[in-house]
Design a protein around this ligand. Structure first.
Ligand SMILES: NC(=O)C1=CN([C@@H]2O[C@H](COP(=O)(O)OP(=O)(O)OC[C@H]3O[C@@H](n4cnc5c(N)ncnc54)[C@H](OP(=O)(O)O)[C@@H]3O)[C@@H](O)[C@H]2O)C=CC1
Ligand SMILES: O=C(O)C1=N[C@H](C(=O)O)C[C@H](O)C1
Length: 233
């Protein structure tokens, strides 16, 4: 992702690339950037964010692994820097953001919902940040609609056969070479199912969202979570 972002920034007429940093590099290599884009690793991103906030640099973060606890920590760091913006988005592809929004709208009409995410086999984490975010949004929509937790008749299962439980929603992760980033949100109700699917066929799918995030983060102090807030969906 880092290399793809570098190309996208170089191709943007209103942006100038002032530095890049890889693992182990001194972040002062980022120079006097107004904003830094982080696509690194869940184990590295919090240290990076601390550095950026301490050095008054706005941040656009695509790296996954943000629990509520991590978000609270970032909010706490930002409270000392009211002029600074951080945008954290589990997915910068327009279609993925729309799929999550459509799924939120559908959630209250169906007794059960499950998520399948499918990614390339070099992905470091599972479930994907997008799937975890989707499951949390669905769970919230189900709670607000007063729906009981989804139920099924499965009595005996191998560990993992029913996926990971994220709040009220099961999430299943597939890893295969040849895939890029894909998600299906499945709903089941009385005699029908609904499937919402998004496919990123190439990493370029994330770039319009990343560039929009860079432009917008400069105007949005505080922590923004999710590109849906920037797109005003
Ligand atoms: N929000 C979104 O739309 C998207 C999010 N992602 C997320 O972005 C993250 C990166 O994905 P991807 O590019 O595929 O992963 P890769 O593993 O291909 O690349 C991560 C890169 O970050 C480097 N890195 C690790 N630690 C640091 C550090 N402290 N400072 C600077 N660089 C570091 C790694 O170096 P080395 O190899 O030496 O360890 C590697 O070059 C993941 O969390 C992924 O889920 C991915 C795509 C879209
Ligand atoms: O690692 C990836 O490739 C991706 N990571 C993000 C995630 O975990 O949701 C976004 C997208 O799915 C691609």
């Amino acid at each position: 992702m880092g290399a793809t972002v570098v190309k996208a920034v170089e191709g943007a007429a209103d942006m100038k690339l002032v530095g890049t940093a890889d693992a182990g590099d001194d972040l002062s290599a980022l120079g006097d950037a107004q904003a830094v884009v982080d696509f690194t690793h869940p184990d590295a991103v919090m240290d990076n964010l601390k550095y950026l906030i301490d050095h008054d640099i706005n941040a656009v973060v695509g790296t996954t692994g943000f629990s509520e606890e991590r978000l609270a920590t970032v909010r706490d760091w930002l409270s000392a820097k009211p002029e600074l913006g951080v945008l954290i988005a589990p997915n910068f592809a327009l279609g993925a953001v729309l799929a999550m929004r459509f799924a939120q709208q559908a959630a209250r009409f169906y007794a059960s919902a499950e998520v399948i995410e499918l990614h390339h086999n070099r992905k470091a984490d599972a479930p994907s940040g997008t799937a975890a975010h989707t499951a949390r949004l669905l769970s919230q929509a189900r709670r607000e609609a007063g729906l009981a937790p989804g139920s099924d008749a499965t009595t005996s299962e191998l560990d993992g056969a029913r996926g990971a439980q994220v709040e009220d929603v099961r999430v299943h992760s597939v890893r295969l070479p040849g895939l890029v980033a894909h998600e299906e949100i499945l709903f089941g109700g009385e005699g029908e199912t609904l499937t919402i699917r998004h496919d990123s066929m190439d990493r370029s799918s994330f770039m319009p969202g990343v560039l929009l995030g860079v432009r917008e983060v400069l105007k949005r102090p505080g922590l923004t979570v999710g590109l849906e807030n920037v797109l005003d969906l």
